[in-house]
Write a protein that binds this ligand. Structure first.
Ligand code: ADP
Ligand code: MG
Length: 306
């Protein structure tokens, strides 16, 4: 018997909705969430379209996990505490095998980020996944893009360029070993939103952003919003062992500078402020505009939808 919309929602998406602060979850006209006294609501939404944001042959588990991680990464970049998410799903067909795997990816991410799924919408059409995230910020605190000033030090979390390396592997431009390829694909398909780091940076970082479009492009947003220039030393960029083993160090560094989809955090700290573990200093804020890495790179060459 074909799945009805309501059986589909009940079977795959109604069991993930419990969490602290969730007063009413999937099943009514709206969900109801509670904030602690004085907290402010932070919200963001991200859409993923098949063939645009992920290849058509991506595993459904990974599509689900990645859709939530990409959205949750914006909460991390604000320093917000995850409260809940909603999921607007457009499906070409009610394929139960696909839905089972996809909802497993959503469930993994919901557990990882403590982000209960409290509502959504389900429609038919070309595969499109929209995740809205809701988070809580303590009174008068948030990691904005615009607070950096001259003299601040620039940092990134984790390693950069792995997702771009994975895309090069998928397109046949690079042949890493099977173990290396597995690492790269995990970085592309299972990005981890840096929620804990974002919360640790609240009250310390003067500016922050998550790296979705590539370091140069995203650092450029901090520079523009803060009215400073960011000088980046490409030799300081943190690379994974797999990228360090790439035959061309220049190529690896280019991926780290311009590759998107890493979902690490890029942030500024005042001089003397200790960086959290797992983070690397890559440059500093000076007077001027834009981002300077000493190389002639077209930052705007990244993906543009329009
Ligand atoms: P409405 O007609 O009020 O928009 P819907 O029929 O679209 O309600 O959805 C019924 C309930 O199921 C609502 O609580 C809605 O939030 C939830 N829901 C619908 N689709 C999803 C989904 N993909 N994931 C989670 N919850 C969903
Ligand atoms: Mg609806």
């Amino acid at each position: 018997m074909p799945l009805t919309e309501f059986t589909l929602i009940y079977r795959y998406f109604s069991a993930l909705g419990r969490g602290e602060g969730v007063h009413l979850s999937v099943g009514d006209d709206c969900a109801i969430l509670g904030l602690k006294p004085g907290e402010r609501l932070a919200t963001s939404v991200d859409t993923m379209v098949e063939g645009v944001h992920f290849p058509a042959d991506t595993f459904p588990e990974d599509i689900g996990f990645r859709a939530v991680s990409v959205a949750a990464s914006d909460l991390a970049a604000m320093g917000a505490r995850p409260l809940a998410m909603t999921l607007a799903l457009t499906l070409p067909a009610a394929d139960e095998l696909w839905l089972h795997a996809f909802s497993q990816g959503i469930a993994d991410a919901a557990a990882q980020y403590q982000l209960p799924l409290v509502g959504g919408d389900t429609t038919r059409g070309p595969l499109t996944i929209t995740v809205q995230v809701l988070g809580a910020l303590p009174p008068a605190q948030a990691l904005l893009r615009g607070g950096a000033s001259r003299g601040d030090e620039l940092y990134v979390s984790g390693t950069l360029g792995d997702a771009a390396g994975a895309l090069a592997f998928l397109s046949g431009d690079w042949r890493p070993s099977p173990e290396e390829a597995e690492y790269l694909l995990d970085r592309l398909n299972r990005p981890r939103a840096r929620i804990e780091l974002g919360r640790e940076l609240l009250g310390k970082a003067t500016a922050a952003i998550d790296i979705s479009d590539g370091l140069l492009a995203d650092a450029g947003h901090i520079a523009a919003a803060s009215g400073i220039r960011l000088d980046i030393d490409p030799l300081l960029l943190p690379l994974s062992p797999v990228l360090k083993a790439h035959p061309s160090p220049e190529q690896a560094r280019l991926w780290a500078l311009t590759g998107g989809d890493d979902y690490e955090l890029c942030f500024c700290l005042p001089p003397g402020e200790a960086a959290p573990s797992g983070c690397t200093r890559i440059g500093r804020a000076v007077a001027g505009i834009g981002v300077d890495c000493g190389l002639d790179i077209d930052v705007a060459a990244g993906y543009r939808h329009f």
